[in-house]
Design a protein around this ligand. Structure first.
Ligand code: PLP
Ligand code: COI
Length: 356
């Protein structure tokens, strides 16, 4: 049972044309406390506001924090729906296991998402490409400078009405292959969605931006040879007629959009291969024309076409710097299902009850 305390001061909703990403927050937040003795308890929705945090909270010192990201979409009939929320609940539990944070019953994780969106549904925008971005996160709130098994943690869910992640929408981006920093290593935390991964990835992203690129293409941390992800997204290529994407080796985040794209493409009879792809193979394919398309794929942007790749100062254009047909169709199909513009033949969407 989730206790609801409604705000007495509802905020004015922002202009839907100026949402950006992560600038505005809804009226409420959902909090669940964990203690080793009681497990998860006191699930409650309260007015949005600052969180109390002890200066010795483990998260501030040892970085024990994980998060998720998913969206609520407004359909043409005005109803609101989620896209595969159970996948986010499961991935959050996997991340929790990796960081020694407490896991949560899937039913509670799902109830938190659906109950919160039901209450905040007035905040789901309706302009094309907009949605309500949901950000559940979980951290070790326990005050303790000693490192040992966690006794206290906090789960919080906040939501932000957003436009597409990149202001350019489907405009192809230029990407630099990163050969200095690595995002993650096998055996590390790469397949967990933890804040530390993003902290470690920021320097390379900033350097790429300073050189005029949008983001970096990450290589594996062991051999620095195989392609892993692009920025904070999974990556896909069309090489010699086949869609290929790096296989999940342990250092790559198992994206839900990636998984959905693979399932959708396969259901349409498109050949998809999950395998190791070396930077050398990719650059050779770019040079001889076999690299037909490339795109990043994730919840925030859905599809972000890659218009050019740069490695050690040399630039390679992809599909003439324009979005290719496979990336475009994937965007149309996935976004069509997410916003309820196309029939959901895969059974992925979860409708939220309209407010009484
Ligand atoms: N890879 C990283 C590092 C991410 O942060 C994300 C975004 O959540 C993804 C991939 C894509 O995952 P999803 O499709 O579940 O959003
Ligand atoms: C994604 O949803 O694709 C992301 O990478 C989320 C980002 C804001 C961390």
């Amino acid at each position: 049972m989730i206790q609801i305390t409604r705000t007495t001061q509802p905020k004015e909703k922002p202009d839907q044309h100026a949402l950006g990403f992560g600038k505005y927050y809804t009226d409420h937040m959902l909090i669940i406390d964990y203690t080793a003795g009681q497990g998860w308890h006191d699930a409650r929705i309260v007015p949005f506001g600052p969180l109390p945090l002890h200066p010795a909270a483990v998260v501030l010192h040892y970085g024990m924090e994980i998060f998720e990201g998913l969206k609520a979409y407004r359909r043409p009939d005005g109803r609101v729906q989620l896209f595969r929320p159970i996948e986010n609940v499961r991935r959050m539990n996997n991340s929790a296991r990796r960081l020694s944070l407490p896991t949560m019953d899937e039913s509670l994780g799902l109830e938190a998402l659906t109950t919160f969106v039901e209450l905040e549904q007035g905040w789901v925008p309706s302009l094309p490409g907009t949605s309500l971005y949901l950000r559940p996160f979980l951290y070790a709130s326990e005050p303790n400078l000693a490192l040992h098994a966690i006794q206290e943690a906090t789960y919080v869910l906040i939501a932000s009405p957003v436009a597409s992640y990149f202001s350019g929408g489907l405009t192809p981006v230029s990407i630099m292959i990163e050969d200095e920093d690595v995002r993650a290593v096998r055996g590390g935390t790469g397949e967990a969605k933890c804040g530390g991964n993003y902290a470690a990835a920021t320097r390379a992203g900033d350097r790429a931006e300073a050189k005029g690129y949008s983001q970096v293409l990450w290589l594996d941390g062991v051999e620095r040879k195989y392609i892993e992800e692009v920025g904070a997204m999974n990556v896909m290529f069309k090489i010699a007629g086949e869609v290929v994407t790096p296989k999940l080796t342990g250092s790559i985040l198992p994206g839900i959009t990636r998984k959905s794209a693979i399932e959708l493409l396969k259901s349409q009879g498109v050949q998809v291969s999950e395998r190791l792809i070396s930077a050398q193979e990719l650059l050779e394919a770019a040079a001889n024309g076999a690299l037909e398309e490339a795109w990043g794929i994730g919840t925030a942007a859905i599809i972000s076409p890659i218009g050019s790749l740069s490695y050690q100062g040399q630039d390679y254009a992809i599909h003439g710097g324009k979005i290719g047909p496979v990336a475009q169709k994937l965007y149309d199909d996935l976004s069509g299902i997410q916003w309820g513009l196309k029939e959901d033949t895969m059974g992925w969407t979860v409708p939220i009850p309209a407010q009484a």
